[in-house]
Design a protein around this ligand. Sequence first.
Ligand code: RFL
Ligand code: PHB
Length: 392
Amino acid sequence: MKTQVGIVGAGPSGLMLSHLLQLAGISSIIIEDRSRAYCENRIRAGLMENWVAKMLVETGVGARLEREAMVHDGIFLAFNNEAHKLDFAKLIGKHVYIYDQKEVVTDLIAHRLAHGGQILFEVEGTSVHDFAGNGGKPSIRFKHQGKDEVVECDFIAGCDGFHGICRPSLPAGLWAGYDRVYPFGWLGVLTESPPPEKELIYAYHERGFALFSMRGPQLSRLYLQVAPDEDIEQWSDDRVWDELETRLQGVRPLKRGKILQKGVTPMRSYVAEPMQFGRLFLAGDSAHIVPPTGAKGMNLAMADIRVLARAFEGFYRNHRTEALESYSATCLKRVWKGQRFSWWMTQMLHRVHGGEYAAFDMKRQLAELDYVTSSEAASISLAENYAGLPID
Ligand code: RFL
Ligand code: PHB
């Protein structure tokens, strides 16, 4: 098989890249190790920055998003038994959107396949080759339906997430990973119940953080701060609801319902630098991950893809290589701001239990929450980061 850009991974990054390349007349093939159904049903991100929704609509894959996404004016921060609204629409004139990542993936897969896109699902043993320097002919090797296959391409896009094979294939010593592991995880549930508010509530409580998000008027997505290695078996449905209710601290009534899905995610910040080596370009979670408190992961992935698609377009249309060469530096500027914001939201909202500074930190966190909800300057700073920093 031959193509211009070989893409590893059919998550939001790989699919959006393939879509933007097609619009620019550039061919691509996506290799994905999971099934189509698995990709379309993986519950992850919910919150989409303003410009991402706009990009999906403007490039022709936003019809269902326009019909079904929930448009939010802002978020609530709850602490000391009170909920405080940060109204982004008033503060900075921007909205954010709730539209599940699995719907983005479903829409993009359908659109790619309807427009002649090639996505090979359920491949095994993916490996990437000959991408160093400019002389080689990059290739992706894998097994598909029991047969050994090769995709020969001009470039490889590593869109294979945090546990993929592209980042570890970069030559040792020529890149660095910047890492921060947090002493907590999120227990997430999807429930058949109305969310307690129209918009998201980020709740700070002495027992730990809780987030009240949603997927629809009768479908809630709720999270609790727990230990990173928390045993899910210890969390009966009743215990989950009791803890959510405690941490919501009475700021809204909480209706209970059937818990449809339950899982624990550890939290980590990570950046690989540079995000490119020779003709292999990393994008999205394969290059960087953030703790979900800032709702930035998929949004940063989409920002990488926008830069990468434009760089490939410049190369194929005008033989220009500058944008490809500066890809990593361009993306990392936004990535580190996303890292900073995600870390900042995380440290403001999570309780570190025990340790000599626990009591001091709780007072400091409450002061920070009070500041961020009472100072217009601080509210605007949160709003512009949360709703999405400007793109060029
Ligand atoms: P993905 O989605 O991980 O996709 C990578 C794809 O590559 C495939 N793959 C391979 N394919 C072939 N060969 C191999 N060797 C392969 N290895 C892996 C995988 O099967 C997969 O299909 O990465 P991508 O595309 O970069 O997208 C990133 C986002 O998924 C991620 O950043 C977000 O989900 C993060 N995130 C959030 N982001 C937001 O912008 N807003 C949010 O509200 C938000 N909430 C969240 C989140 C992530 C969470 N978890 C579970 C980590 C909430 C949570 C709880
Ligand atoms: C979600 O709806 O899953 C969600 C929203 C905001 C976050 C994290 C997750 O910060």
